[in-house]
Design a protein around this ligand. Structure first.
Ligand SMILES: Nc1ncnc2c1ncn2[C@@H]1O[C@H](COP(=O)(O)OP(=O)(O)OP(=O)(O)O)[C@@H](O)[C@H]1O
Ligand SMILES: [Mg+2]
Length: 315
């Protein structure tokens, strides 16, 4: 009750929501079901948002399926994700102690190494709706248009417990000192920062970028978690191929040879090679699977051998 009074005094709607949730849980424990139900009804959710249909034009909803266990992640990345998931799932317990779970994540790293997949994995683990913001409709040509659409989106994702992905985050969070930018971009970034700060803790926002150097400096500290998803080295590629082979017993390959040929490639490239080999092995059962793999790999070595190499520090 004190938490609710304090949140109301600060005119902080999200603190009020949290306090209501904690109070509802408290009443549920006391078995005063009627009061708990009435309190729960006061907690805002998506269905009550009148601007919902406008915001949904700029949000792409996907059913999250991918599991975090499907991804090969460095230990610290996996641990941090598990911490975030636990905090979100135990938000009521944290709210009772006037604490909030972390909810703002920034993912960086070269293309094809799991940024989008990780966001989906978090949504799957939390069993929450998964939205990604589509910039093609969000960014308008008229003055103020983008800002007001951004506000609709922020309002909508704030009203439901969801995971929202801001992919290619540099598109809307570009460095404001950039000489090419007009005042409009500066305003967009400024309002984006405010929206990020006011998101309720139950809305998990994942921003992802291949170009961290382009981000406005002030955006970094809006995120409580920053993770770099690096490309795999040869040992990690070998691990990846071994794991794919375990998961698809039909797939026959030599993990060490595949990793040597794809050294410097992304996980996405490695996954494509597996799909490619497996397709051939299914379509040509009359041929020796190991021969098929070797021929396919030789083809990859010549046709696809121009992977962007990992920066020297990762080698
Ligand atoms: N860490 C990983 N473990 C296993 N598979 C991965 C991993 N990262 C990427 N993949 C594979 O590559 C595909 C593409 O990855 P994803 O789209 O998540 O990369 P991204 O970092 O978001 O790339 P981009 O920067 O181009 O958006 C995934 O569907 C998955 O098959
Ligand atoms: Mg991506």
């Amino acid at each position: 009750m004190m938490q609710l009074a304090e949140a109301a005094r600060r005119l902080d709607p999200w603190a009020v929501t949290n306090a209501l949730r904690a109070l509802a849980q408290h009443e549920e424990k006391k078995k005063t079901g009627g009061i708990a139900k009435q309190l729960r009804r006061l907690i805002p959710h998506a269905g009550q948002d009148p601007g919902q249909h406008k915001a949904l034009k700029h949000l792409h909803e996907r059913t999250p399926r991918l599991q975090l266990d499907d991804l090969q992640l460095d230990d610290h990345v996996r641990e941090t994700c598990n911490e975030l998931i636990l905090e979100q799932l135990k938000a009521d317990a944290l709210a009772e102690a006037a604490l909030a779970p972390r909810n703002r994540v920034l993912l960086t790293g070269p293309p094809g190494n799991g940024k989008t997949s990780l966001a989906e994995g978090i949504a799957t683990a939390l069993r929450r709706p998964f939205y990604s913001v589509s910039y093609d409709t969000l960014i308008g040509s008229h003055l103020g248009e983008t800002g007001s659409r951004l506000q609709q989106v922020a309002h909508y994702i704030s009203s439901c417990e969801c995971v929202a992905l801001l992919d290619e985050f540099e598109t809307i969070a570009k460095e404001r000192d950039d000489d090419d930018e007009v005042g409009e971009m500066k305003r967009i970034v400024a309002s984006l920062l405010v929206h990020l700060e006011h998101l309720p803790p139950s809305t998990v926002i994942v921003a992802a970028t291949n170009h961290p150097e382009m981000l406005d400096r002030a955006t970094w500290r809006r995120f409580q978690i920053t993770l770099e998803l690096e490309g795999p080295d040869r040992a990690k590629l070998t691990e990846f191929f071994e794991s794919r082979q375990r998961r698809s017993p039909r797939l026959r390959l030599d993990p060490g040879a595949a990793a040597a040929t794809l050294d410097g490639a992304s996980y996405a490239d490695a996954a494509r090679l597996c799909d490619d080999v497996e397709r051939q092995q299914v379509l040509h059962p009359e041929q020796e699977p190991d021969d098929l793999f070797r021929r396919r790999l030789a083809r990859w070595a010549t046709a696809n051998g121009n992977y962007p190499r990992r920066p020297a520090r990762h080698q």
